[in-house]
Design a protein around this ligand. Structure first.
Ligand code: KG4
Ligand code: ZN
Length: 343
């Protein structure tokens, strides 16, 4: 069965077709460079770009794969969470496709799609424990099946990716800053005493990253040389060794916090058949290393998508849509966007 996936929840316009667990093709246009000029995503620009790009990308996808609308069995679209205007573009396009081609429509929770994406690369065994770490969310899930899940803990303020992006902005690294911090952090030895591991002094499975971000802000304010000169581009980054240590220490505090809370969740839920770690921050080198170690220590199957499948894409939407559809769930033309919360 072939599923067309459509993703427009934030600043990536993406379409993909999966056949079972096989990716037949995908097209993705990132707007990151455009929003970088403003230091973050500008919702109106994002919506307009999705509107401009969604049809040409789909045409290019069909051309490349040699498929036509008649070859598609089901259409899946991210219905939220995300930016309302952006979501509406994807939803409108998906509804139009569904109507014109006479194919069923499935609205997909974007966060769940991140977690279920792992099935494109490996079998997902349930029950599974899931850690979603993205720019908008940091959540721990227990998944009994692709359609039966519960959120056990979430961030009380900033998401992990948001903390990466805000810290990057504080030192004038480009947007989105996670990948730059990752690269710099790997070039330096972290100082574990520089920043506290945030929000561990409790028994819950929630997260809070805003205090850590404030600690970095305070440090940068007291040490202005840690801030890069915005005009001189990225060439000066490698030369600032003290900045690299600070970012490595921040990176370590986030990665350790994620590991400790996920271990706590694992201890609490008991036996699971797999642990899924997904979302943009799951592309982080140290996070991947810590999660791999944690899985080995606990003897659990780690399902962590490849870095390209961790950040926003439509393959994950198509895959999740198909898994949901195959369990008997379908929407119709009344499908609504759910910009916040569970879809
Ligand atoms: O999942 P995603 O593409 O979009 C959302 O659904 O939010 O996640 C984007 C987030 C951004 O905050 C970005 O800075 C972060 O993931 N990110 C990373 C890395 N790659 C992307 N954070 C840390 N290390 C990375 N290598
Ligand atoms: Zn995402």
């Amino acid at each position: 069965m072939r599923c067309l996936g459509i993703e427009t929840s934030c600043d990536e316009t993406a379409v993909a077709v999966v056949h079972g667990t096989r990716l037949l093709g995908q097209k993705l246009a990132s707007q990151a460079d455009l929003h970088a000029l403003f230091g973050g995503v500008v919702p109106e620009i994002a919506s307009r770009e999705h509107l401009r790009l969604i049809h040409p990308l789909t045409q290019a996808l069909f051309k490349e794969t040699g498929l036509t609308a008649a070859d598609i069995d089901v259409v899946a679209v991210s219905r939220g969470p995300g930016l309302l205007g952006s979501l509406l573009v994807g939803l409108g396009y998906a509804k139009g496709f569904s109507l014109a081609a006479g194919k069923p429509l499935v609205g997909v929770d974007h966060c769940l799609a991140h977690l279920l994406a792992a099935s494109l690369e490996t079998d997902l065994e349930f029950p599974a424990l899931g850690l979603l770490v993205s720019g908008g969310h940091t959540q721990i899930y227990i998944l009994r099946s692709p359609v039966d899940f519960e959120i056990l803990g979430r961030t009380l303020d900033d998401a992990a990716g948001e903390a990466f992006d805000k810290v990057a902005k504080l030192v004038n690294l480009p947007y989105p800053g996670g990948q730059y911090i990752d690269r710099l952090a790997m070039s330096a030895e972290p100082d574990p005493k520089l920043f506290p591991k945030p929000y561990l002094d409790n028994q819950n499975l929630d997260f809070s990253f805003s205090g850590l971000k404030t600690a970095v802000a305070t440090r940068v304010a007291a040490n202005p040389h840690l801030r890069l000169d915005r005009m001189s581009g990225t060439s000066q980054i490698e030369a600032n060794a003290e900045l690299a240590v600070m970012l490595a220490s921040f990176n370590l505090a986030v990665a350790e916090t994620l590991r400790i809370k996920l271990q706590r969740a694992l201890n609490r839920v008991g036996k699971v058949r797999s642990v899924i770690v997904a979302g943009g921050v799951a592309a982080n080198t140290l996070v991947r290393q810590f999660m791999t170690e944690m899985a080995l220590e606990n003897g659990v199957n780690l399902r962590m998508p490849s870095p390209w499948l961790c950040t926003d894409n439509a393959a994950m939407v198509a895959s999740a849509g198909l898994q949901i559809y195959c369990r008997g769930f379908v929407h119709d033309q009344r499908l609504e966007a759910v910009p916040r919360g569970k879809a």
